[in-house]
Design a binder for this molecule. Sequence first.
Ligand code: G3I
Length: 303
Amino acid sequence: GSTLAAAAQESGRYFGTAIAAGKLGDSQYTTIANREFDMITAENEMKINATEPNRGQFNFTQGDRIYNWAVQNGKRVRGHTLAWHSQQPTWMEQTSGSSLRQAMIDHINGVMGHYRGKIYAWDVVNEAFADGNSGGRRDSNLQRTGNDWIEVAFRTARAADPAAKLCYNDYNIDNWSWAKTQGVYNMVRDFKQRGVPIDCVGLQSHFNSQSPYNSNYRTTIQSFAALGVDVQITELDIQGGSAQTYAAVVNDCLAVARCTGITVWGVRDSDSWLGANTSPLLFDTSGNKKAAYNSVLNALNAA
Ligand code: G3I
């Protein structure tokens, strides 16, 4: 294949990017995105603060702009994200207990209902585990509604849109030796054993000097897949932009049948949440293909 999407499709996978609605008027941006990627994630526009700014009052204007652009260009969409401690609207930040639990359920129903039958996979729950060595849950208003909040979210999601794959998505669960990875692994194993509906794990894969790529990444992907879930690399970026590391990530995904696709978290370096100076993506600020791009394309084509 001569593009990332075409090359990924040869092994039945997708290659995606995050898209910001505010950049859909930038023709260099949309030209690259349309040419190279076949799976789209809204960078911010389907989050809780965007879709339910006031309780019970949904707004899909920006989310729909991205959804419609994607579908009009023949692409599929990952939904991001329904239950998260961050980017909550003020009303939700100020809600707790059973009222918050109900608000979470209503939010999942409202957003998944709007996009029912249209989304490849939803990040139902995002970043619910703690950093560091505990391997346990992160403290948050959602966690304080009771430890079962995650499974309630997944059961609600399955009923709201049975066609969507339901993912748990997190960062720093890429390194198999980390406690956080093991904590998420144990939760997914428990969910599968008890029949809690979960279809996929999203490895965000934001690699940097504090949490660098480790060659045990393949073990992480294999181990989650062996539990009977798909693995998706959902927010890939690599500070410094090492072509070699990008190829290693792609090869690790290609080595596992249930690693179904890779999404990079932005198009050009200048589109990255990290800032262009860290050179984390596959296209430079002028829209040129970087060495990392060629390395990813070659790895996909060698599969
Ligand atoms: O749109 C407003 C603008 O009106 C306002 O003037 C400006 C001032 O702060 O903020 C703008 O919103 C910003 C938004 O990005 C859009 O650019 C927010 O402040 C800023 O916090 C937000 O950052 C996003 C971040 O999530 C928030 O948590 C990044 O774009 C987005 O890339 C990042 O994505 C997350 C994933 O969702 C989850 N995993 C980690 C990943 C990277 O942090």
